[in-house]
Design a protein around this ligand. Structure first.
Ligand code: ZN
Length: 312
């Protein structure tokens, strides 16, 4: 996944949300956490975990991919190369009416929910099914493919946070780590996904960002960021619209400014000033938390900035 996901326009969002609410309605609008095996049963989707060392299974996957028209050579060895090269965690494949999700068994159980939900969305959204039937010129276009991935990520999160229900509940709660932790437990998802949903969906018009990054004092935290400081930078619509120039590097600088050397738990908090599209200064509240794998931060809009000398 890129640091910043492509923006999905309002029409597409509404369409994705309509498919998800219909699905939840068909399931009788159950209470969270959503059981994905029930969703798969409704969608007639089977699930197989694969190991990158299981050459027979990789052979089978390569065979299906070839039947689906993908340009993957049919030997297990090269399928393993494909899986490794693209960091593939999940795949949805079709063979003679059998629809099957393949998940890398290296993915830890709690993270599997999001990967499975992502694959369910490729099946749920009618305009994604062309992915299963085979690539054509449009789907092979990298921009188009990135947009589909962003849609499956967005829809996957909407699914495991049960459509509108998360927003309705989250708006009644304050924006803090305690709320994020309680929604993590209630919906049964990872802290990172819950942070993401909180930032983007609690109140989309409120400027807010999340940052999944390195810890400024502990280089071993957030290895997934590679050579960068930041792995992911989710932003609310309000932030994108009002603070288009606020970059992940600027957000990380704010994190560094407030961070303590603590390796676990709350790492730092404070206020930082960012400029909006009109060049006016505004204050954000920044809170960072380390789960020892990643440094997780959210920044929420507070108020216009008033220089100290003007305060009575
Ligand atoms: Zn995908």
């Amino acid at each position: 996944m890129p640091v910043i996901e492509p923006i999905i326009d309002d029409y597409e969002r509404a369409d994705i949300n309509e498919h998800i609410s219909r699905l939840l309605r068909d399931l009788g609008n159950p209470e969270p956490p959503l059981r994905l095996e029930v969703v798969r049963e409704l969608q007639k989707l089977d699930l197989t975990y694969y190991s990158k060392s299981d050459l027979n299974l990789l052979d089978e996957m390569a065979h299906r991919a070839k039947m689906a028209g993908h340009k993957i050579s049919s030997t297990a060895q090269s399928m393993r190369d494909v899986v490794n090269e693209f960091g593939l965690k999940g795949l949805l494949m079709l063979k003679e009416g059998d629809k099957r999700i393949f998940i890398d068994d290296d993915v830890v159980p709690l993270k599997r929910r999001f990967v499975i939900a992502h694959e369910i969305l490729h099946d749920l959204l009618p305009w994604h099914r062309s992915l299963l039937i085979g690539d054509n010129e449009t789907t092979l276009n990298p921009t188009f493919h990135q947009a589909m991935e962003a849609e499956a990520n967005y829809g996957g999160r909407q699914l495991i946070f049960m459509g509108d229900q998360f927003r309705r509940e989250a708006l009644d709660c304050s924006f803090d780590w305690k709320t994020i932790a309680s929604f993590k437990d209630r919906y049964g998802n990872t802290l990172t996904t819950t942070l993401w949903q909180m930032v983007c969906e609690r109140d989309p018009q409120q400027p807010a960002f999340g940052l999944i990054s390195r810890h400024p004092y502990h280089a071993d935290i957030c290895s997934k960021a590679g050579n960068e400081n930041v792995a992911y930078f989710p932003r609310s619509r309000g932030l994108i619209d009002r603070f288009p120039s606020l970059s992940h590097d600027m957000a990380f600088a704010a994190v560094t400014q407030h961070a303590t050397t603590k390796k676990r738990g709350p790492v730092g908090e404070g206020e930082s000033v960012f400029y909006d599209a009109n060049g006016e200064a505004h204050v954000f509240e920044i809170f960072s938390f380390s789960n020892t794998y990643d440094l997780l931060t959210f920044g929420v809009y507070k108020s216009p900035y008033v220089p100290a000398t003007q305060v009575a």
